[in-house]
Write a protein that binds this ligand. Structure first.
Ligand code: FES
Length: 112
């Protein structure tokens, strides 16, 4: 639910996978909330393909401004995930399309 996300913060989330799937296949994403707006990026740095952070307390962020990878500290714009400084400057985080229904439920994908 949108209102369960901390406003003005980026938070790490993992999607549930069936128990027969290896844990390495967990889909990790970063949800960013700004009021009623929620956006998401895949939790994967374009530099080495590793997560920006493995745990919430490791997620480096300037709320509403930027996210940084905690490996080599590339900095990404909050608004669109573009890397503004660091080893992957000019590359971007992968956006995840979201749909927030009337009840505030955040769903991956876009409604038609
Ligand atoms: S792995 Fe993220 S900046 Fe190098």
């Amino acid at each position: 639910m949108c209102d369960q996300l901390p406003d003005g913060q980026a938070t790490l989330h993992s999607l549930d996978v069936p128990p027969d799937q290896p844990t390495s296949q967990v889909f990790r994403l970063i949800l960013l909330r700004n009021g009623a707006q929620v956006s998401a990026f895949v939790n994967r740095c374009p530099h080495f393909g590793v997560p920006l952070a493995n745990r919430q307390e490791q997620l480096l962020q300037k709320p509403l401004i930027s996210l940084s990878c905690n490996v080599h500290y590339a900095r990404f714009r909050w608004s669109d995930g573009l890397c503004e400084s660091g080893d992957c400057k000019g590359e971007s985080l992968i956006p995840v399309p979201l749909d927030i229904n009337g009840g505030g439920l955040v769903c991956i994908g876009q409604s038609s």
